[in-house]
Design a binder for this molecule. Structure first.
Ligand code: NAI
Length: 278
């Protein structure tokens, strides 16, 4: 039986890149989208094609859900349960940028509420739902302890150790005074990672945060010229744009259980942006 990953906002950009990397690893995928069903279907076909190249077949299903809504979060989890019956990995990727980049002296409550609902409340409460299911899964799986022991001993058995990954941002600590709402939501998401990491460790459920830097997606297209200039001027030690697959590979490392003694850990996927230099 393949492990199962639920990826939010997976129809395009970083979420799609994550889906393709997990398809390569042989994960069955629940791809959440909110608007563009055709793009979600295209992502699904691309994931299936990659899986065919690399090994046994996988299943990929798409599910529309607006993560800012409690009813949609609930139905996304229920659909995943009805379709696959298990959940090994939740990737909280969906997110929005402010519609207008406005100075914090002028920014609106409307933008603040939207950013908090999608980028912070959504992943917080989706994680709550997924975590309860994962706890039941770990408790109820008779082979869990044996499989984990075999894995520790270098065996090939796959441990039943579910994981959660939050896609935060360098904006969790780097300030943009023209999109304070985005920064606050991402800083909050870092705390979500830490809180659930502490709460879930006793169940063997580890929680990680990935902080992408400047990644080429639809989200950053409107500010492409600005970042082209900054990267050329030395913004990042690795002088290029990141790609969705760069982020996907960090997810893949976690999904393969390559960080077994880490939880609450932050992986910077940012070309070295976070390094302080003189
Ligand atoms: P994107 O705009 O290309 O994709 C975001 C996805 O989230 C879209 O598929 C969108 O439909 C979905 N989404 C938006 N609101 C939703 C909702 N209410 N319910 C369900 N899905 C929803 O953006 P990108 O660049 O792929 O971003 C993915 C994540 O990575 C976001 O959380 C973003 O904040 C974060 N990030 C992106 C960076 C970049 O440079 N592109 C840098 C750092 C973090």
């Amino acid at each position: 039986m393949n492990p199962v990953a639920l990826i939010t906002g997976a129809s395009r950009g970083i979420g799609r890149g994550i889906a393709l990397e997990l398809a390569e690893l042989g994960y069955d995928l629940m791809l959440n989208f909110v608007r563009d069903a055709r793009a979600a279907q295209a992502a699904s076909r691309a994931a299936l094609a990659i899986a065919r190249q690399f090994g046994p077949p996988i299943r990929v299903v798409t599910c529309r859900a607006d993560l800012s809504l409690a009813t949609d979060r609930q139905s996304l989890i229920e659909s995943t349960r009805a379709t696959f019956g298990r959940l090994d990995l939740l990737v909280n990727n969906a997110g929005v940028a402010p519609s207008v980049r406005a100075d914090i002296l002028d920014a609106t409550e409307e933008s603040f509420d939207r950013l908090m609902a999608v980028n912070l409340k959504g992943p917080y409460f989706l994680t709550q739902l997924a975590a309860k299911w994962m706890i039941d899964q770990v408790r109820g799986h008779p082979g869990a302890a044996k499989a984990a022991a075999a894995h520790r001993a270098g065996g090939r058995a796959r441990p039943v150790r579910p994981k959660i990954i939050n896609i935060a941002s360098i904006s969790a600590y780097a300030l943009s005074v023209n999109r304070g709402d985005y920064c606050i939501a991402k800083a909050g998401l870092s705390m979500v990672t830490a809180l659930f990491a502490a709460r879930l460790a006793a169940y063997g459920i580890h929680v990680y945060e990935i902080r992408p830097g400047v990644i080429a997606t639809d989200m950053t297209r409107p500010v492409k010229a600005k970042y082209d200039r900054l990267i050329a001027g030395g913004l990042t030690p690795i002088a290029r744009w990141g790609t969705p697959r760069d982020v996907g590979k960090a997810v893949a490392a976690i999904a393969q259980d390559l960080l077994p003694f880490s939880t609450g850990e932050v992986l910077n996927v940012d070309g070295g942006f976070h390094l302080r230099r003189l």
